[in-house]
Design a protein around this ligand. Structure first.
Ligand SMILES: [Zn+2]
Ligand SMILES: [Zn+2]
Length: 569
């Protein structure tokens, strides 16, 4: 094996390992990285980012793929660390760009599969299931998978042997010493590799600002036990649909407190099904009920596990909070738990959802009131432990905003103080081309980077999803509906104004079409409930769905990007 501290002198002078973070550095989400040695490139993760509420009409954001497209023929594999959206959400957009395999653990790949189906991508035999401690060889690279603990099952770090030396990428992790599924962080392997010599460590920086240790997933059990004990009505817990460990804790408590469990919401239902099929979630037989059966049971006998903890207008909890869910209604004695952190930018939507819930007399419990949420990312002491086990020559903080990356760099220098040779930190951002060769490492150049906005059209309840990107935007154009409503009554003020760009219709038809679109807006607002009308997030989503349906029907299937702009007066 090449000793990273003594660069391989047999390598030609030009031999360089090039590592390019394409997303996730200097921002949260859409994690993706490319490693290149001569004419072989491998990709690590392909994530998405979720837009701010004010990025109207955008459902997902993926990294700019120019760098990958330019290397089409030399990209040999995509390697996934775990199944969170910010690591796999972009897979359907990346797989068509190259021919090779996609490696991931069983659960990760099981979460990728339905995404490919939605995008009508047949993976053939390209999805390659791997296990921790397994290695795969891709040209000059050998990739070993190392188990880590995080907020979902089956997560791995990567140890990538390259001709320039060993590179370790942590993926997302915390050090959970009492994992729900008994699958421990493979700290032993990390230490072994550290003893052998590691060229570079790329490490998760998300929680670098938090001192101490994050705490295990089991930390929420006591808090939830109190909630189960004190709730006399229905219990509704909103969490992320990938939080399988959280679901297991809730299912176990429900068994203890003799409540039936219903998974409410498409994504959470689907993930619970996948997790049960693969043995990552165990629900005692007879305990799980469908959401349509909830009304057959007394409120105190039901636990609903649902999505919408961020107040997302299309998710279940915000619909439930305004009595707009077919099977779940809230009343006094019920309790709603927000078992997730508020992602910055979503505070307003969450606050509105909480108000709706409170108006129905239900209790709300948030992580600031009881320990009903614990992060999946390691705090400062856990990050330090990993650095001191790995003892890299070069350190590259990833997964975080610039200030967190910089803080992680400071911590790494402190941990490695006195090391010989001295630790060198490469504080990179998206697109920076990091080169490792016999002379050391440096940020050499900049690759094209940026964001691609994706608009996923939702049609009705079936949720038929249609991929839209900039090409579609160019072809089908954009329709903006400007709507003024009263802040208090939610009533329409004046006429809605419909503006279109790049949306070609016969001049003769345009007038009638836009007039009818305005009628759709008027009707949509007129039939909405007061609470819905005065909730900008919910109303915008409703208008978007209705207008899309209208334009699709009236223009023989064209799908312009529809942006309702709601102004409260
Ligand atoms: Zn994650
Ligand atoms: Zn992540």
């Amino acid at each position: 094996m090449t000793n990273p501290l003594m660069p391989d002198v047999s390598a030609p002078a030009s031999a360089t390992l090039e590592v390019v973070p394409l997303g996730g550095l200097g921002e949260f989400g859409m994690n993706m990285m490319a490693l290149t040695w001569e004419d072989t490139t491998i990709l690590v993760d392909a994530g998405v980012m979720f837009p701010d509420p004010d990025q109207l009409g955008v459902d997902l954001i993926i990294p700019d793929m120019t760098y990958v497209e330019a290397r089409r023929d030399q990209v040999k594999a995509l390697i996934l660390t775990h199944g969170h959206e910010d690591h796999i959400g972009g897979v359907p957009h990346v797989m068509p760009l190259f021919d090779g395999p996609v490696y991931g653990t069983a659960f990760t790949l099981a979460l990728v599969e339905p995404k490919l189906e939605e995008h009508e991508i047949d993976p053939g035999d390209r999805l390659k299931r791997v296990q921790p401690r397994e290695t795969v060889t891709i040209g000059p690279f050998t990739v070993e998978f190392i188990r880590v603990t995080h907020s979902m099952p089956d997560c791995v770090a990567l140890a990538i042997t390259t001709p320039a030396g060993l590179v370790i990428h942590t993926g997302d992790f915390k050090i959970d010493q009492t994992p729900i599924d008994g699958q421990h962080f493979d700290l032993h392997r990390l230490a072994e590799l550290g003893a052998q010599g590691v060229l570079a460590l790329f490490a998760d920086s998300t929680n670098v600002d938090r001192p101490g240790f994050t705490g295990p997933e089991t930390d929420v059990i006591d808090g939830f036990e109190e909630v189960f004990t004190s709730t006399h009505g229905k219990l509704v817990v909103a969490t992320f649909s990938s939080s399988i460990y959280r679901m297991q804790i809730l299912v176990d408590l429900a068994a203890q407190f003799e409540r039936k469990v219903a998974f409410v919401g498409r994504s959470i239902e689907k993930n619970a099904e996948i997790a049960q099929r693969l043995g990552f979630l165990r629900v005692p037989s007879g305990m799980q009920i469908r959401d349509s059966e909830i009304q057959n049971y007394a409120a105190q006998d039901v636990l609903c596990i649902t999505t919408g903890s961020q107040g997302e207008p299309q998710a279940a909890l915000p619909r439930i909070s305004i009595d707009d869910h077919r099977h779940v209604k809230l009343s006094e004695d019920d309790a709603v738990v927000l078992s997730a952190r508020a992602i910055p930018g979503n505070e307003k939507a969450i606050a509105r959802t909480m108000s709706h819930i409170t108006r129905r007399g239900a209790d709300i419990i948030t992580p600031s009131m009881k320990r009903v949420h614990v992060s999946g990312h390691g705090s400062a002491e856990e990050l330090k432990l990993v650095i001191s086990l790995v003892r890299p020559r070069f350190f590259v903080p990833v997964h975080g905003e610039y200030r967190q990356l910089a803080q992680h760099a400071r911590i790494a220098k402190r941990v490695m103080a006195g090391a010989e040779p001295r630790l060198q930190v490469l504080l990179a951002e998206d697109g920076d081309i990091i080169q490792f060769d016999r002379n050391g490492a440096r940020i050499a150049d900049k690759a094209p980077t940026g964001r691609v906005l994706i608009d996923v059209t939702r049609v009705g309840e079936v949720g038929e999803e249609v991929l839209r990107d900039r090409r579609h935007l160019a072809a089908d154009g954009i329709v903006i509906a400007m709507v003024a409503i009263s802040r208090h009554t939610g009533a329409l003020v004046g006429e809605p104004e419909i503006v279109a760009r790049g949306f070609v219709v016969d001049a003769g038809e345009a007038d009638a079409l836009f007039k009818d679109a305005a009628l759709v807006v008027i009707d949509c607002i007129g039939t909405a409930s007061l609470e819905e009308r005065t909730d900008q997030g919910l109303m915008t989503e409703k208008l978007r769905v209705e207008l899309r349906r209208f334009f699709k029907k009236r223009t023989s299937g064209r799908r312009p990007l529809v942006l309702p702009v709601l102004m409260e007066i």
